[in-house]
Write a protein that binds this ligand. Structure first.
Ligand code: NAD
Length: 498
């Protein structure tokens, strides 16, 4: 049995285990509704946390509304808000080891993976602090009769909803931008990863963020639906599945609430015929199934030239087959468990469908037999996949990659774009100019050549059913703002004094 060296009662303050953070205080939930948090590596419940009911959601939204309508936060200057963000970031930095351990405990992320990606949280808060310090929240433009003052106002109360897979990094994109813009927020943490957002709230509290600016509740889908439907919520920033994104978009459409959606993906890695095998494998293999494939930008469709198909299938299957599956707390483990029982069955179902539809398994293909418990699945490669197969069309969200052969570059591009999704993509080649030209033809929000990159100052998001809007960069800040234009007559010396 894998180890489970995490003890919530000694590692987490009592207020993190029993309540929500609303209006600047740790508060008791309105009911005794609760849920167990299950360690995916052992299948044992290691904590019980409260789940918000409608009354808790209403309280959190009410606090955020008051803080927005009458509090200091939206009225502060960008540099003043930046100072709070920097304090929060510094406090968060001291908690990164805890946040990394939480990621492993809650959803089984291997420790090396969690250690590598938790610093995203401070990076994003620092990035948006820097941006808030310099951003032109106001700008004057001459007009025919005088001037217009363009004011970038915070959009209002923002509901931030992120999934269980990468709660902290995803939340930090949303939170950094929302707070920098001057919004007040309600964070709905998912019951699978309840503690990360509460730790962030601890940092906000210690940083002296005014009451009501950040509110955190733990809620399931019902609580999330109630939050999204609240008239007092002006903006919803959601990351999760395409199916839930569509439901949220419909709810928001009723009152034309602003919405940003970061949804699923079925990203393609195009290996061009001139790609060197070893560097390609080294760059590609970690990104076809990072965190057991439970990452939205995983490069799950690998398109290879037919003339090199056999060579690539053998080499790639050997790399994936050699990945060490096991205890996520062991530093040498490369692939840990899936995050939940639901995930286990979903992924095994897709493996079954690939087999039934005629694709060939070259490595993996089953639940890992090495432990009696834990949601472990062998990293799996399918070869001989065609574009019409279910495994090539639907997001599996597990350690499963499909290799699809193509005859020429036009066909590779067509295959890459033959999907409802449009999140990410990669091109591997020994000729970067050629890679760039191919990348320009891929209909996704992000494409990397000979690597997989994400940077805080660069927008991230999806074409087609991978989402609406962007996070990261100035584009991510703009998503939490409304542009207001005030026209002033000629001769006015000022465009705004408040
Ligand atoms: P999910 O859609 O089931 O749930 C996401 C969140 O939405 C959870 O917090 C859940 O409680 C909440 N929720 C569910 N129904 C709701 C409703 N009706 N109203 C409001 N909130 C509701 O997704 P999941 O299975 O938790 O996460 C995996 C999915 O997230 C995958 O599809 C993955 O691709 C996607 N994802 C996308 C990105 C991205 O940036 N594009 C990043 C990570 C994950």
């Amino acid at each position: 049995m894998p180890t489970f060296p995490f003890e919530p009662t000694s590692e987490l303050a009592p207020h993190l285990l029993s309540g929500f953070y609303i209006d600047g205080q740790w508060v008791r939930p309105s009911s005794d509704a609760s849920v167990s948090v299950v360690a995916p590596s052992t299948e044992q419940a290691f904590a019980t946390v409260p789940v918000a009911k409608a009354e808790d959601v209403d309280n959190a939204v009410g606090a955020a509304r008051r803080a927005f309508d009458t509090g200091p936060w939206p009225r502060m200057s960008g540099p003043d808000r930046a100072a709070y963000l920097r304090r929060m970031s510094a406090l968060l930095a001291s908690r990164l080891p805890l946040l990394s351990r939480l990621w492993t405990a809650e959803v089984g992320a291997p420790v090396w993976f969690a250690d590598m990606f938790v610093p995203t949280a401070t990076t994003m808060l620092d990035y948006y602090a820097d941006l808030a310090s310099t951003f032109a929240f106001e700008e004057n433009r001459p007009t025919r009769n005088g001037a217009a003052s363009i004011i970038r106002q915070p959009v209002g109360v923002a509901a931030l909803i992120a999934p269980w897979n990468a709660q902290l990094p995803i939340l930090s994109y949303k939170l950094g931008a929302a707070l920098a813009a001057g919004c007040t927020v309600v964070v709905k943490a998912p019951p699978e990863t309840p503690f990360d957002a509460l730790v962030v709230a601890e940092c906000a509290h210690e940083a002296g963020l005014p009451p009501g600016v950040l509110n955190v509740i733990i809620a399931d889908a019902d609580g999330g639906a109630h939050l999204v439907a609240k008239r007092e919520v002006d903006k919803v920033s959601f990351t999760g599945s395409t199916a839930t994104g569509k439901v949220i978009a419909k709810t928001c459409a009723d009152r034309l609430a602003r919405v940003t959606l970061e949804l699923g993906g079925k990203s393609a890695a195009i290996v061009l015929d001139d790609a060197d095998l070893n560097p390609t494998l080294a760059a590609l293999a970690p990104f076809t199934m990072p965190f057991s494939g439970q990452i939205c930008f995983a490069q799950t469709r690998i398109l290879v030239p037919r003339i090199r198909e056999r060579e690539f299938v053998e080499a790639y299957s050997a790399v994936i087959g050699s990945l060490k599956v096991g205890d996520p707390w062991d530093m040498s483990t490369q692939i840990g468990p899936l995050a939940s029982h639901r995930q286990l069955h979903r992924v095994l179902g897709y493996i079954d469908s690939g087999r039934k539809e005629g694709a060939q398994i070259t490595t993996g293909g089953a639940r890992s037999a090495q432990y009696e418990r834990g949601f472990f699945v062998e990293p799996t490669v399918f070869a001989g996949v065609t574009a019409d197969m279910t495994i090539a069309r639907e997001e599996i969200f597990g350690p499963v990659a499909s290799i699809i052969a193509y005859d020429d570059v036009d066909q590779a591009v067509a295959l890459a774009n033959d999907t409802d999704f449009g999140l990410s993509g990669t091109v591997f080649t020994s000729d970067v100019e050629r890679g760039y030209a191919v990348a320009r033809r891929i209909k996704t929000g992000n494409v990397s050549v000979n690597a997989l990159e994400m940077a805080p100052n660069v927008p991230f998001g999806g074409f087609k059913q991978s989402g609406i809007g962007r996070e990261g960069g100035p584009e991510g800040l703009q998503a939490f703002m409304e542009d207001q234009a005030i026209y002033l007559p000629a001769g006015s010396s000022s465009t705004r004094k408040d």
